[in-house]
Structure formats: structure tokens, C-alpha cells
Design a protein. Structure first.
Length: 307
């Protein structure tokens, strides 16, 4: 039986009628072309080409073989090319979640880029809730999410950190902190801390600690389930709450002020998706988000904002 590569060599030689040009087109040596033709002639039992020092010509059986193989070989090439293209082009839907407006902006930019490469794939967006950020991925209604880190769950894959943001404290507009240029982690002991319900302990320890770096107890304020509830509670004077400084550009209100921390760790944002959903489509979208993040211009980092 003849291999596909040997059939290709025969068909190119039948077109070029020159061993050297055939070798150049196929990036092989003329000896390799000659060996392949000799093998074919042994398998078939007759000459396929008449060779002289001046020319190469097809024999009648060689012509018959060329005519019979050409159409089938073209169909094989077209089928393989279509399969490769299908493998590169994703179809169906991909649902992407995000936890904050600035995360949503990046996801939308990445989705626009992804659609240019995979126009048959529909991107859906989902804004996650503070109290259940991983539930949509666990119930299958969301494929991946751009979220505040850390996420230390055995059923989730952590992608790369996409960007980091300086941390700020949201305070009531009439609070003494509102007039300051910065606050420190120690200042958290002097105001009730509004936190989010139903978050894992490792997340609360980082974002809503119970003690300051010097060990002072941080008093607890109300615990809420949605970001707008955080802002409402702060605006009503019920306490303060940490966030990233960029929130001031998206969620400004007359009754709150965003005061930068002078010593708090930055907030890291990254992509997370289920272990069971670690598909080629998801990985391709992750790569697209990385490209979009690299091209995104950062927002200016102001001081106190919100009056």
C-alpha cells in the first residue's frame, strides 16, 4: 500500500515532470523522490514514468494513476484543512463572569477580540454576587470568572494574575477618616468593619481581618451580600469597608469617600474556572484576556475620592 506522502510525491512529479523541482516543492531530496517512485512502481508492477537524461514523461499507466488519484487527494487535503480550521475555530457559547465593573470592562474588551478570531462562538456575560462568587461555575451556568483573589478551592483552576489594584477604605463622608490623605491598617480598629457574608475564611482573613497588624481587635459592623449594600451601609454611617481604589471611579456617591491605604497589600485580580471545565475554548479565552489586559491603559490613581 502507498502512504499519503508517497502519493503526494507522485502527483507533484506528475505535474512538474522534473525530480529537482519536485524535491524543492516538497522540501525533500531528489533521492527521496526517486526512492518513492521506485517503491510505487514495485507495488504497481510497472513503470509510471519514462526517464531519460533530458526529460521525464508519464507512461500511460502513470497517466491513468494520476487522473485517478488527483481528485481523491484533493478531497483528502480539503477535508484535513477543514478539520484543522474547525479545531482552531470555537463554536457554541462561553459564559464569563466578573466581580466588579472594571473587571467587566476587561472581559468585554477580551470578548470583542475573541469574536474576531472565533466568530461562531457566542460570549455571554454574568455579574457575580459577593456572597456566592463561585456558585455559577459550580452549577455550570458560568465557564470562568475574573475575580478578586485568593481562590483556594480544590475544584477550581487559578489562572494568572491579570492586574493588581491599590487598596482603599470606603468611609462615610462625615467620618474623621474622610478628611485624611491616607489611612493605615491600624486605623481599622477605630471603626466598625462592614464585611461580606458566606466567604471562605482565607478570603475574609485577607480582605476583612479581625485584628490589625499590631493585634488590636477590629470591631465588626453589618455583614451584607451585595456591593451596593456595602455602599449603602457605609453611607448611612454604619461602618467602613475595604475595596480597591479604582472603585472610586465607578461607584462614587455624595455620602461616601474612598481613602487610600498607606500600608495595605494590593488587591489581586485573576481568572478562575472549574477543574472539570478546563477546555481548549476556556484556555483560548484566558489567553485572549491576557492580551486585552496587556493592552489596557491603567486608570489614574487619585487620593481621596467621593465627595
Amino acid at each position: 500500500m502507498l502512504e499519503l506522502r508517497e502519493i503526494e510525491i507522485f502527483l507533484v512529479l506528475a505535474e512538474e515532470l522534473h525530480f529537482g523541482r519536485t524535491a524543492d516543492r516538497l522540501h525533500v531530496t531528489p533521492a527521496r523522490v526517486s526512492q518513492a517512485i521506485k517503491k510505487q512502481e514495485r507495488v504497481i508492477g510497472t513503470e509510471l514514468f519514462k526517464r531519460t537524461s533530458r526529460s521525464v514523461q508519464l507512461t500511460p499507466i502513470g497517466t491513468q494513476l494520476r487522473d485517478g488519484l488527483s481528485q481523491g487527494y484533493r478531497q483528502i487535503q480539503e477535508t484535513l484543512a477543514a478539520a484543522v480550521e474547525a479545531g482552531r475555530t470555537f463554536t457554541g457559547e462561553l459564559t464569563v463572569g466578573y466581580s466588579a465593573a472594571w473587571c467587566g470592562n476587561l472581559i468585554v474588551a477580551a470578548a470583542d477580540l475573541f469574536r474576531t478570531r472565533h466568530p461562531h462562538c457566542v460570549i455571554q456575560f454574568r455579574n457575580s454576587q459577593l456572597d456566592e462568587p463561585l456558585t455559577p461555575m459550580r452549577d455550570g451556568s458560568c465557564d470562568l470568572q475574573l475575580i478578586e483573589l485568593p481562590v483556594e478551592e480544590p475544584d477550581m483552576v487559578n489562572g494568572p494574575v491579570l492586574f493588581t489594584e491599590p487598596r482603599a477604605l470606603v468611609v462615610p463622608a462625615d467620618h474623621p477618616f474622610a478628611a485624611r490623605a491616607t489611612v493605615s491598617m491600624e486605623d481599622l480598629a477605630d471603626a466598625p468593619l462592614i464585611s461580606v457574608t458566606d466567604q471562605p475564611g482565607y478570603f475574609l482573613d485577607l480582605h476583612y481581618p479581625h485584628r490589625t497588624p499590631m493585634g488590636r481587635v477590629i470591631p465588626r459592623g453589618p455583614s451584607v451580600t451585595a456591593w451596593q449594600d456595602v455602599l449603602a451601609q457605609v453611607g448611612a454611617g454604619k461602618g467602613v469597608s475595604p475595596t480597591c481604589l479604582r472603585a472610586a471611579h465607578y461607584y462614587s456617591r455624595p455620602d461616601i469617600v474612598y481613602v487610600p491605604f498607606s500600608d495595605a497589600p494590593s488587591v489581586h485580580y485573576g481568572l478562575v474556572w472549574p477543574v472539570t471545565g478546563n477546555t481548549a475554548k476556556v484556555r483560548a479565552f484566558v489567553q485572549t484576556v491576557l492580551e486585552a489586559a496587556a493592552a489596557e491603559a491603567p486608570l489614574p490613581e487619585n487620593g481621596s475620592t467621593g465627595h
